[in-house]
Design a protein around this ligand. Structure first.
Ligand code: AMP
Ligand code: MG
Length: 404
């Protein structure tokens, strides 16, 4: 059976880059930047005050103490956005507010809490370092600096950064168009009545819809089809309209598992079927449209579905969009409890939680180990990776985790 790394490499090798398009910066959320974004100006663009206080000449106040304050004549006020043309000469100060330009001649700002005022004079009760509380022009950025690189995934921080650079529209990768289809006679959509005890409610359709959106894709919900070759073939024949087509269920070894045969008939070039992982072993991957379209046939168990998405589909969606970081992120922690399993053939991904204890990272795993138990994700924030051949992990051992 194929190891996970090899399966991932195969999937990634078929991820062609999508073209880009210009969108309003807020619509760029969760998407991948397709241009380097350069600052047009220095930031800050002028020297300004980091505090509310008094702009002074350091020479004047360098000896100031609580016991022997230095008095200066207040010659004016500089609010944020103010344009006063004061000149701070020896013996004078300007009242200043956070973000206001530093008046000519001043080189230090004394915060208001170290001062007292009386009759147009300010008494400075402490000395600070020369230049204290001044935000210097260009200390954050210089004109021409590349602020955000092509391939950056845009979060709300980057949206704010783009706004501050006066970018209104930004070049991002086109969203991958992803179709989602569940298969199974027993599967009912949300809101549909359950009329027989053997029927179950879908989670997979919605896990995948939300997963695709959060990975920057556009999700097309094709619903649920019964295990009926004709009906299935009918829906699957639209495959060419999408960049990625995902089915869940019907990909194992059962008699009603038609997906593999049908997609092969429809021209999908199957690259692998079965990966040495637990859960999601029977996952099928192939390409269509001359290698441009990616087909994922994911097994129906809800945990298998989520894991297959996280470990194979999401990296593919990110890579297609040109993201610099598209691989699942791994890290290490000490396990808090013994883990044991009987069958160590496959690499297992167990829902787990990590947290800080003092200055070390520790983790524990869900009691719900089986692949039909989607609530094993409740409170989980990572997968515990149990490598092939490992039956037992002892409390205190360092283990590998994959961040959700
Ligand atoms: P299958 O991969 O078709 O053999 O299905 C494996 C298990 O997953 C069965 O117990 C199915 O009932 C269940 N299952 C299949 N599709 C879904 C779905 N969309 N949502 C939740 N469970 C599902
Ligand atoms: Mg089924």
């Amino acid at each position: 059976m194929m190891p996970y790394e090899e399966a991932l490499d195969i999937v990634l090798s078929f991820c062609r880059s999508l073209p880009s398009e210009k969108v309003f910066i807020v619509d760029a959320l969760n998407r991948v930047l397709a241009e380097d974004v350069v600052s047009q100006e220095d930031r800050p663009s002028f020297d300004n005050s980091a505090m509310d206080g008094y702009a002074v000449r350091w020479e004047d106040i360098k000896e100031a103490t609580e016991k022997s304050p230095i008095s200066l004549k207040v010659i004016g006020e500089m609010p944020a956005g103010g344009e006063g043309s004061f000149k701070v000469e020896r013996g004078t100060a300007v009242k200043i507010f956070t973000g206001a330009p530093i008046p000519e001649g001043a080189d230090t700002v004394i915060p208001v809490e170290y001062t007292e005022t009386k009759n147009g004079m300010v008494f400075i009760k402490t000395s600070l370092k020369e230049g204290a509380n001044i935000r210097r022009r260009g200390e954050e950025l210089k004109a021409g600096d590349v602020v955000l690189e092509k391939g950056t995934i845009i979060r709300h921080y980057e949206v704010g950064i783009l706004a501050s650079l006066n970018k209104i529209n930004v070049e991002v990768s086109r969203k991958p168009r992803v179709a989602i289809l569940s298969t199974g006679d027993e599967i009912k959509d949300i809101g549909e009545p359950i009329t027989k005890p053997s029927q179950i409610r879908t989670s997979n359709n919605y896990t995948l819809l939300a997963g695709v959106l959060s990975a920057g894709g556009i999700a097309y919900h094709l619903g649920i089809v019964e295990d009926d070759p004709e009906k299935l073939k009918n829906v699957l024949s639209q495959i060419g309209e999408y960049d990625v087509f995902i089915t869940t269920g019907g990909v194992s070894m059962g008699e009603k598992d038609y997906v593999k045969t049908l997609v092969s008939e429809l021209g999908v070039d199957v690259k692998f079927h079965k990966v040495r992982i637990k859960p999601a072993k029977p996952i099928l991957f192939g390409t269509y449209n001359g290698g441009k379209g990616l087909f994922f046939g994911i097994p129906g168990n809800p945990v298998s579905c989520a894991i297959a998405f996280d470990l194979l589909v999401k990296p593919a969606l990110l890579k297609m969009q040109g993201a610099k970081e598209y691989l699942p992120k791994t890290f290490k922690a000490k396990i808090k409890r013994d883990f044991y399993r009987r069958d160590a053939e496959r690499r297992e991904f167990v829902r787990a939680v990590y947290w800080w204890e003092g200055d070390s990272l520790v983790c524990d795993f869900s009691q719900k180990l089986q692949s039909h138990m989607l609530t094993s994700y409740v409170g989980a924030n990572c997968y515990l990776v149990v490598k092939e051949g490992v039956k037992e992990i002892k409390e205190g051992e360092e283990v590998e985790l994959i961040l959700f």
